[in-house]
Design a protein around this ligand. Structure first.
Ligand code: PMP
Length: 347
């Protein structure tokens, strides 16, 4: 062996893609945060290998199922998901040798369903606007498929390993990265895993000092909306407010959240688009919702505070939606920049 070839123990590498999950950086919003306010940092979850925060929950849920004996080699994983949990599970399944079927609501971007198939997952589309008790609802379809085919249902909405993943990784990372100086934690609420797990950890470790703010689409039932459809994917709740109480996901621990801030589609999408142009961060619309809520909060805080906001995924999954002016126009939702030159201006 040549003298300059390092011995394997010295190679600076992960053993598998699963070891690259988590450990994401904090990035300061250098331009969008108010100059005389507190520093605002995004927790860059789009840098996980599957491109989203859900890699963490996917890995933790599969590992917990293996430990419990619910999943054995070559087994079938089934999940209802807006896409990102499916992508996380697809990476885990590919690496550990499981089969995967994902049920996704039909408003899920085409990019995500293409990615799922690329990883070898089976994708089943169902309605994204029916109530949770409807047999066509994502979770009901997933449950039926798992039963019929003898698969293991990951069930991120009710799986304690989902919030636990964030209690064990996301929360401690943020505490370490901010040297314990974080005062406010902001995240969107989908299953509630991120905000419940990381939020609970940050409250515990700070002796209750850290405040936890949920960012919610403004029709979402979580923050008292009527549950009518909205454009932002993957966060909020579509339930009728009268039925919300008994159907709250078990992954969402409401007592952890001090306040829920409702944010409209337009503000969420415009904030996401600003993040790309002003901060060089191309992110999904739920990141726009969370950052919009964090900026509203920051406007009321002092420079001694420190805000961390979770940005769950990349804008590359939504090029045909939030970053496509024609798509937005077709929804009667023009967001094009008036100062963008037209062909007539430049030719
Ligand atoms: N944003 C995106 C893009 C997501 O995929 C998810 C997961 N559904 C969330 C936010 C919310 O995360 P959680 O499920 O942990 O509440």
């Amino acid at each position: 062996m040549a003298a300059d070839v390092p011995a394997p123990a010295e190679i600076d590498a992960f053993d598998s893609v699963l070891d690259a999950i988590g450990g994401t950086p904090l990035i300061r919003l250098a331009r969008m945060a108010p100059p005389d306010g507190p520093p605002v940092y995004v927790k860059a979850e789009f840098l996980n290998p599957g491109g989203s925060v859900k890699d963490r929950a996917a890995l933790a849920m599969v590992r917990a199922a293996e430990r419990a004996g619910a999943l054995s080699p070559g087994g079938l994983i089934v999940e209802g998901t807006s896409g990102n949990t499916g992508i996380g599970l697809a990476i885990v399944a590919a690496q550990l040798g499981y089969r995967l079927t994902v049920v996704v609501p039909d408003k899920t971007s085409r990019e995500k369903t293409v990615i799922l198939r690329a990883y070898g997952a089976e994708v089943v589309l169902t309605s994204g606007t029916v109530a949770q008790e409807d047999p066509a609802h994502v979770r009901q379809v997933a449950r039926r498929i798992a039963e019929e085919r003898g698969g293991w249902l990951a069930d991120q909405y009710d799986n304690p390993a989902n919030p636990a993943a964030h209690h064990e990784t996301t929360g401690p990372e943020i505490w370490r990265q901010t040297r314990g100086r974080i005062t406010h934690f902001v995240a969107g609420v989908g299953t509630g895993g991120t905000i419940s797990g990381a939020g609970a950890y940050l409250k515990q470790v700070s002796g209750g000092r850290v405040r936890v703010l949920g960012a919610d689409p403004d029709h979402s039932a979580y923050s008292g909306g009527d549950g009518s459809p909205y454009l932002v994917e993957s966060i909020g709740h579509y339930l009728h407010p009268d039925t919300v109480e008994d159907q709250w996901p078990r992954s969402y621990h409401r007592d952890v959240v001090d306040h829920l801030e409702p944010i409209g589609d337009r503000e969420s999408i415009l904030t996401a688009r600003r993040l790309a142009r002003e901060e060089g961060l191309l992110l999904g619309a739920s990141a726009g919702t969370a950052v919009a809520a964090a900026l509203r909060l920051a406007a009321e805080l002092s420079p001694d505070d420190l805000v961390v906001v979770v940005v769950p995924d990349s804008g590359r999954s939504y090029l045909s939606k939030y970053y496509d002016d024609d798509w937005l126009d077709s929804l009667g939702f023009p967001v094009g920049h008036p100062d963008e030159p037209t062909v007539a201006d430049v030719v």
